[in-house]
Write a protein that binds this ligand. Sequence first.
Ligand code: FEO
Length: 399
Amino acid sequence: MECKASLSDSIHWIGVNDRDTPRFENFWPLPHGIAYNSYLIEDEKIAVMDTVKFNKTEEFLEKIREIIGDKPIDYLVIHHMEPDHSSSITALIAEYPDCKIVGNSKTFGFLKGFYNITENLYEVKDGDVLDLGNHKLKFFLTPMVHWPETMLSYDETDKIAFTMDAFGAFGALNGGVFDDELYIDKNEDEMRRYYSNIIGKYSPMVQRALKKIADLDVRIIAATHGPVWRTEPQRVLGLYDRWSKYEAEEGVVIVYGSMYGNTAKMADCLARTLAAEGIKNVSVYDSAKTHMSYIICDMWKYKGIFLGSSAYNMQAFPAMEALMHALEHTGLKNRYVGVFGNMSWSGGGVKTIDAFVDRMKWEKVDESVESQYSPKEEQFDKLVEMGKKMAAKLKENSK
Ligand code: FEO
């Protein structure tokens, strides 16, 4: 195969790039596409590690044929049943009917439910080893990273961890399959956008999974999305460790919902104050314009958050309501926060955000600031005070 990428003499990348699907899970924008990684182990027994999404089935099967010719596949290892990885199983089984499907007890419920597959199942439990000849795969059950059936496997011979969604990233692989073949810094934002929006909710389970594999000598991390980490596996382990502990950098995300620009003016006042106080990482978002996945991604990066809203039907601005709902779902913790907004006749925007902040147990840096009809000098003075208090908190935190 001309475009072959191999992790070792006998382990090959047989993943595909998807630049056709506009949104992951039909919601999260994919401006740079996404990769569905799969791997083939060529040993006395041949094993395929996960499949790919249905729109790339033929390309995937072609890659397998090019490597093994007319040999049979002995095992299909299913680490995760979400259809971005499982929806080519039926086609693979049709072509390789004797292939055994390796999963845990929970995997098989999904397999029957999604695809009505109930035969040729090979169940593994936590710590079990599958002997392929030279390669031996050890299994670690890691429920809820990202679904209940998720598991990892570790090839004791080449010291490769097959980690399914964990350590994955948005973004198709533009030629570079391995971390040393691309600029990781350029990809980190898309990795964090993937983590914060897809895996972030399960951060406590990520911590548990990291501990489970902490004693393994992992030389290569082979996830089902994003690059294969063969040069700096410790780097991606470190990033996931930090993100799943909700650790953050000095910086502030200001996000607002504004109908006629009054709440937007308040956001600009806060941003200017932060910059004047020496906070250089400041991102200002109009919640109606930017997809929430980018805003949540930045909130996972920075310690400070300002949330602003006009009143809208006695609640918060609709896009802010949606953002808060999503944030509550992710369970992001340990953030400093300030609240601001404008109202005309009913109020409700600031009140709604305040209630959200209480539920999140984030630390408020100051009293919320709300203006009526339009912000006046009194509210701008209060916003400057709130901005200074946020800056002071962040600097104290960075010491
Ligand atoms: Fe990439 Fe949870 O699927």
